[in-house]
Design a protein around this ligand. Structure first.
Ligand SMILES: [Mn+2]
Length: 387
């Protein structure tokens, strides 16, 4: 039995709870051990996290693959022939890498020693005994390109410059499987991210059915702002083969609570609601093997709740539309609008889809997009779910 552990990002408390959950089975790490990011809500400890995982990996007790943060670190602390760092020391990159730099410095013997360990130890993927591990994207054509040169998925120092430049097929393949696919939106489209920044590029999931801009997009608060069209062939990742072994990924900083979106491909990276997966040899993954480590706290804990009884799943969405659209929403969804004096242009609806299951909350948010009449702009004010 394996316990799959996603991105730790220098969070020692999180590592401890993952390892506690893995008790009695073999830990398998998906990479991104380091780099707590900007303004973490915990005290980062890159050093102890690394010492701990290195002990488990070097002794053969644990499996692991490389994350994009380890790859970036390798490049950050090494220079090319021109004497410049392979990953530029610009502010954005320093911010991203700050907790590691705080622990080890830049280009110091310690930083080199740790990043050399990343390079020599962590493969870009792991495949064995009916399962696969990769940090971001299992895409066979790219893996073939890398495998032709590095059959065991471990990079060599001479590979690094072209990975930094992304100017060869090999370099781009490494980038894709460790960081996933991010593509420019069609002309005229953009969306507002969580920080209200306008974005023209979108990160795509490669495990969702359907292959439209809206269904594949990750981390887009309002999917209605994306084109309602199939993904063009040049950006779509080919569907993961139905007869291939299940594959686990981290990396994508998923919203809401952990859920199974595909029984062959599972992303486990939920920073707000960390989880692990207990794999017992199944060829079809099951939501029952996802173990949440801590509950995401509900925004309105005392609100009356809807429970399915089984799995104690609870869900409710409140959303706002323009008041002129209120009747259309009422007719389409059978919901009574509520009005607020302080918002003369708005109408408010409370929606509690029934018959839902544990772990389905993003499906429900997505379902709302479908339940609403076409062309009606809405904003979700809060949603609530709990196991
Ligand atoms: Mn990552």
């Amino acid at each position: 039995m394996l316990t799959i552990i996603p991105d730790i990002h220098a969070n020692l408390t999180l590592l401890d709870s993952c390892l506690a959950a893995a008790k009695g089975s073999r830990p398998a790490f998906l990479g991104d051990f380091i780099d707590a990011g900007k303004a973490p809500k915990f005290t980062p400890d890159d050093r102890v996290v690394l010492e701990r995982v290195r002990g488990l990996i070097d002794s053969g007790e644990a499996l692991a693959v490389m994350g994009n943060h380890e790859l970036n670190a390798i490049l950050f602390h090494r220079t090319g022939n021109d004497g410049k760092p392979l990953r530029a020391h610009i502010q954005k990159n320093i911010d991203q890498h700050q907790s590691f730099v705080d622990a080890f410095g830049i280009g110091t013997p310690e930083a080199i020693e740790w990043t050399t360990w990343f390079l020599s130890t962590l493969p870009l993927w792991h495949e064995a005994d009916g399962f696969r591990l990769i940090h971001a994207c299992w895409s066979e054509p790219e893996i073939e390109v890398i495998r032709a040169r590095r059959p065991d998925g471990r990079l060599q120092p001479e590979d690094l410059p072209e990975i930094a430049r992304e100017d060869t097929e090999f370099g781009r393949a490494v980038k894709l499987i460790t960081s996933g696919r991010e593509v420019p939106l069609p002309e005229g489209y953009s969306f507002l991210d969580k920080g209200n920044h306008s974005r023209h590029e979108v990160r795509l999931s490669w495990w969702r059915e359907g292959g439209s801009w809206r269904s594949a997009a990750l981390s887009v608060p309002d999917r209605n702002s994306l084109p309602d069209a199939p993904l063009p062939a040049e950006v779509a990742t080919p569907a993961y083969p139905d007869d291939a072994p299940p594959v686990f990924v981290g990396h994508y900083k998923m919203d809401l609570n952990p859920r199974l979106e595909n029984d062959r491909v599972l992303c486990l990276d939920y920073p707000e609601a960390p989880c692990v997966y207990h794999w017992q040899g199944e060829t079809r993954l099951t939501a029952a093997h996802i173990q949440p480590l801590q509950r995401r706290t509900s925004k309105l804990a005392d609100n009356p709740l809807i429970s399915t009884g089984y799995g104690v799943f609870i869900f409710k969405i409140v959303f706002r539309t323009a008041r002129v659209d209120a009747e259309a929403v009422r007719d389409a969804m059978g919901l009574e609008p509520q009005y607020r004096e302080d918002d003369p242009g708005g109408a408010y609806f409370s929606w509690s889809p029934t018959g839902t299951k544990r772990g389905d909350d993003e499906t429900i948010v997505w379902g709302l997009h479908h339940a609403l009449p076409e062309g009606i702009h809405h904003r979700i004010l809060w949603e609530q779910s709990r196991y």
